[in-house]
Every structure is written in C-alpha cells, then in structure tokens.
Design a protein. Structure first.
Length: 218
C-alpha cells in the first residue's frame, strides 16, 4: 500500500528528522513516515492523541512509543489493566494492549508539534474510518483540545450537534454522546503539561480510573 503524501511539509519533516537523528539514537533506523494506530481491534476504550513526536513515534514507528508522553501513557494503561507491561520502547518490545486502541489526530510528526488545520483535515478520514470500524468502543479518551475537536469532527458529532450542545473540553470532563459513547477529556501528557504541574499523576490516574470504572460497570 502506498504511503500517504497529502501533506508535503509533514513528509519532508519526517524524512529530515529521520536523517538527522538525535545523537543518542544515532545507531537506530528511524521510521520517518506516517505512524499507524495501535491496539486491540475489539477494544472498548479508544484513546486519541495529537501526533507522533519527532524522536518518539517518528523514530520507533509506534504510537506514543519512545518518548516521555508514552512513558506516562503506558504506565497508566498497565496500572489499570489495559497493557501487559508499563513501558513502550520499540515496536518489538512485546507490548500488547487489551481492550484499548490508540490513535491520533495526525499520523505524521509535525514541526514544533503543531499540525496545520489543513494537515489535520487530510488525516481526518483515517480517524473517521477507525471510529466506524471499532464497533465495540464505549469510551473515547481524548488527550488535549486538538484531539477532542478532531475526534468530534471525525465522528460527525461536531456538525450534527449545535454549538451549544457540543461537549466542552476541560480536564476530566465527560460527555455522553447520542450514540451511547462516553467521551472523557484529559490534558495531553506532554512535557509542557507534566513538567509544569498542569497535569499531575493524580489527575492522570483519575481519568484512567474513570475509564476502567465505566467499562467494568458496562
């Protein structure tokens, strides 16, 4: 299957990063292309992030793998029974997810972690297709305001609901959608949020504890 090349800026950036590399990863072969979603296709929990990190998923080829955001995510997934191990280092490290599927609003690493609106629009069909194909999803956990907005657009609810009826974004906010899915919002576990205390471990564990409680009671 040919790789997506709809976003020339992102294609160039991914390839450039893969060529330059970070010194500590100089012996590794970078992935350097669109990163596929990852997880259990029968999952009831869908997690939506922003985009691959330049030296994280763009290096390893797996969502949230090889960077600090992934350290936070997979440790929590393991703690609450969604992953078989607490760390995600590379594609062949034995990690598997149970009842959880991880995707993102953009599939290519963007400069400064900021994909443009047009680039996000180009990626929307992939997120929309996953939302349709993952028939068992009961809870959608969106990580950050962009993931929140982009998943609502990909699922169709952004247009189907009036502005006053659309779910609002704030950390820990929950919205029951007309199709029965529960959307839970969280701040993204980026260094900008975790190093400043905007997102604490207690807050982070709280959203996963809520996801687990909802699914266990379903």
């Amino acid at each position: 299957m040919p790789l997506c090349t709809l976003c020339p800026r992102l294609v160039a950036h991914c390839r450039s990063i893969a060529g330059k590399k970070k010194p500590q990863f100089s012996e590794e072969v970078y992935w350097g292309k669109p990163v596929p979603a990852f997880g259990d296709h029968n999952a009831r929990l869908m997690i939506v992030g922003l985009a691959p990190a330049a030296h994280g998923a763009n290096r390893t080829g797996r969502m949230f793998t090889g960077d600090s955001s992934g350290d936070w995510l997979y440790e929590a997934l393991h703690r609450f029974g969604f992953a078989n191990q607490p760390q995600s280092r590379h594609r062949n490290d034995g990690l598997s997810l149970k009842d959880c599927f991880i995707t993102a609003a953009a599939r290519c690493a963007p400069p400064q972690n900021k994909p443009s609106s047009a680039e996000l629009d180009n990626c929307r069909p992939y997120l929309a297709a996953e939302t349709t194909l993952l028939a068992n999803v009961k809870v959608v956990l969106v990580l950050g305001r962009i993931a929140y907005q982009r998943w609502l657009k990909a699922s169709g609810w952004w247009d189907q609901l009036s502005a006053s009826d659309r779910p609002k974004f704030s950390h820990g906010a929950e919205s029951l959608l007309p199709d029965g899915k529960l959307m839970i919002c969280s701040y993204h576990p980026s260094r900008q949020n975790t190093n400043t205390g905007r997102l604490t471990r207690e807050m982070w564990y709280g959203v996963f504890r809520r996801c687990r409680t909802v699914l266990d009671s379903a």
